[in-house]
Design a protein around this ligand. Sequence first.
Ligand code: NAD
Length: 490
Amino acid sequence: TTEQNVLFTIFGGTGDLAKRKLYPSLYRLYKKGIIKEQFAVIGTARREWTDDHYREIIIETIKDLIVSEEDAIEFASHFYYQSHNVNDSEHYVSLKVLAEKLEARYHIKGNRLHYLAMSPDFFGTITQQLNEQGLVSDTGFNRLIIEKPFGHDYETANILNEQIREVFDENQIFRIDHYLGKEMVQNISTVRFANNMIESMWNNRYIDNIQITLSEALGVEERGGYYDKSGALRDMVQNHILQVVSLLAMEPPAKLSDIDIRNEKIKALRAVRVFTPEEVKENFVRAQYDVGSNDDILLNKYQNELNVAEDSLTETFVAGKILIDTFRWKGVPFYIRTGKRLSEKGTQINIVFKNVPLNLFSEDAEEKLPSNVLTIFIQPTEGISLQINTKKTGIDLETETFDLMHQHSAETLANSPEAYEKLIFDCLNGDATNFTHWDEVASSWRFVDAIRKVWDQDKTNLPSYPSGSMGPAESDALLAKDGFYWYWNP
Ligand code: NAD
């Protein structure tokens, strides 16, 4: 590892994301020597904090990770705080003065990473001010990391993108989708392209259907204000789920470079069929959580949550069928579902293979054997399993189905890098593989907008599901009408 030489400016430096994810990730990179002496961090937000207070906060956020107190103090000494209102152009001038001072002090050669860890409402303003007040350096790299959500629909995303593109080129923009920093999401390409047994069967001749579940056990908690305007479709499907779909569906890239991989993902997302209103009604269901219980704990309904309208029609659950119009995937449904207050927390992908042509193990040769299913466990379990049929021990010839399972050990899990750590590392290296390109964002919004439009006009068909269940009956019916069922059924 060579030391990176860089000035970070974190907009929203007092916020939840900065404290919970960004500072610990920077410290992990520091421990690995990826940032060492020639780096500085400017934290900026509205509050009036001193550098000393800021450094105390930094140390507090990394207290579970520190090797020694001196080390933590040394790390925190690279942090500087500048109080700043993003709407006030004067403040960017003082930010610039501080940036230049720190670059001289730490021998930073103009490499700047601007991290926008605050409300997306400000993204446009900040990038424009960075340009106008001369905070984009002439030497070294200038990179921008932006948090989600990137727009509210295609139109707002496009406006935001144009604002940012006035200042930064596409190759300087790193749009975060933290799912792409997850170990097992990154493993999808390895599992596919490093195993002939798998890749050669990765098409509509052998695969029956693919299922993706992102299930949360928690409800909306304190995020009601934000969530009620967003809903599960925008919050999870537009970004994380469609990103996973694109990694599963893309053609093999010529090389594992960011340009090649993103080109293939873009092509896959463009091939996702944008549904007509009739197709939306046929292929997508939404629902909202009602009262229920989990582990004997009584749970309230969504409409009674803090900062949620009591007549809210926001969906907290989505299930749908995605169709990809390519040679490879013609006829293979990608079923997706995500929701809050489901029975168990977990993200997994199930690849369901087609049956053998005849069942030799039954009187009825048409009777289906259990399918071979390849499962990729993304979180909290990380691992992979393969369901296969074997002979049951005994004098009769009976079949038995079991799982070949590999699960990352607790030790591997504990030592594996955080998503944010990997993503910041990639950005420092100028590697955009695990960030979303504008063309991916655009295709994803076009797909989601077509569904949203139908739902926004139809105020009557919002099923509910008991908190602590795996969603409404409509979600099971969606697969049943194609002769399938949700493989993961906790
Ligand atoms: P937050 O509300 O905790 O923090 C917002 C920050 O912005 C604070 O530092 C605040 O002082 C600052 N701020 C607000 N108005 C300002 C102004 N006018 N001038 C200067 N500073 C101002 O928000 P958060 O949870 O940290 O989220 C930040 C971003 O990260 C959002 O885009 C969010 O969607 C995204 N995100 C957050 C999480 C998370 O776990 N918190 C996860 C994924 C994405």
